[in-house]
Design a protein around this ligand. Structure first.
Ligand code: CO
Length: 295
């Protein structure tokens, strides 16, 4: 890997790790999700990075894809199982990492350990030449041993410059694939464990958006707005609340761009059996002998 690129990944990784741990420590009963999300995003900027996506704070049976809106007053409750998923980029080079905390109670410690251990075991096995199927097997078997299920339709992914999901899926179950990992590949591994069905379905909106297409030249403002979004976030996901102060009516603007197909709005991913979900994630650089965890 190019030395400059490597340095950027390492810096993104160290900032993401600090922001993740900082966020996990902020999660307390009575605090709002919004406060935690905004503080973590501010921390990322203070440390010299940029958020690669809005901080995801997904609670209980919401496995992933939720960030609070500016007006959201939802507070953490005792017993909540909270996933904090953080992305940081330096010049487009992304590190993606997540952890899970339970608020005040300790009923889901074993569930949380299951995804943590699955991630550890996968990392021990990663090296150039390993088949993705093998990683999926390690992850799902580790989780199964603790009495839980891996979520079969959520997966890790490879990362490329300004691309959070660059095409390769790192499965959490041994699905049929002959694909092998190559040295220098940057991948995010993210096992999800649940006491539910082991599958997620789409739920309500996540408040997370992404520019997916660029409008043709026209007289209306659409192209100007899309251009501004592209300049701000490139092809990376963003939150509606990030647009406040930058656009006059962000909500209407986004509705319009989504309707026209230039922006997509992500849905929350909900556990199908309404089970509790825990998640752990690290970004690693694959090497010939193993891998380097950068988060
Ligand atoms: Co990820």
């Amino acid at each position: 890997m190019d030395e400059e690129v490597y340095k950027k990944y390492k810096l993104a990784g160290s900032i993401a790790a600090k922001a993740r741990d900082y966020g996990a420590n902020l999660v307390k009963a009575g605090k709002t999700l919004l406060e935690v999300a905004e503080k973590v995003e501010k921390k990322i900027e203070e440390l010299g990075g940029k958020p690669a996506f809005p901080v995801n704070i997904s609670i209980n049976d919401v496995a992933a894809h939720f960030t609070p809106r500016k007006k959201d007053s939802t507070k953490f409750q005792p017993g909540d199982v909270v996933k904090i998923d953080v992305g940081v980029h330096i010049d487009g080079y992304i590190a993606d990492t997540a952890t899970t905390v339970e608020v005040e109670t300790d009923r889901y410690g074993e569930l949380i350990n299951a995804s943590r251990e699955a991630l550890e075991n996968a990392i021990k096995a990663i090296k150039a030449g390993i088949r993705l199927r093998e990683l999926g097997k390690i992850i799902s078997e580790t989780i199964k041993k603790r009495g839980y299920r891996a979520i079969d339709n959520l997966s890790g992914h490879n990362l490329q410059r300004y691309l959070l999901h660059a095409g390769l899926s790192i499965p959490n179950v041994p699905e049929f694939s002959l694909t092998k990992l190559d040295a220098d590949e940057v991948i995010a591994v993210e096992p999800f464990a649940t006491d539910g069905a082991g599958h997620v379905i789409s739920g309500k909106e996540s408040n997370i958006y992404r520019l997916v297409k660029f409008p043709p030249k026209s007289r209306d403002k659409t192209r100007i707005y899309a251009g501004k979004l592209r300049k701000l976030y490139s092809t990376l996901p963003f939150a509606e609340r990030w647009l406040e102060g930058k656009f006059t009516n962000p909500h209407n603007l986004l509705e319009d761009l989504v309707r026209k197909g230039y922006v997509i709005s992500y849905s929350q991913l909900i556990e199908k059996g309404r089970g509790m979900v825990s998640q752990h994630e690290h970004t690693v650089i694959v090497t010939e002998e193993g891998c380097e965890v950068i988060t």
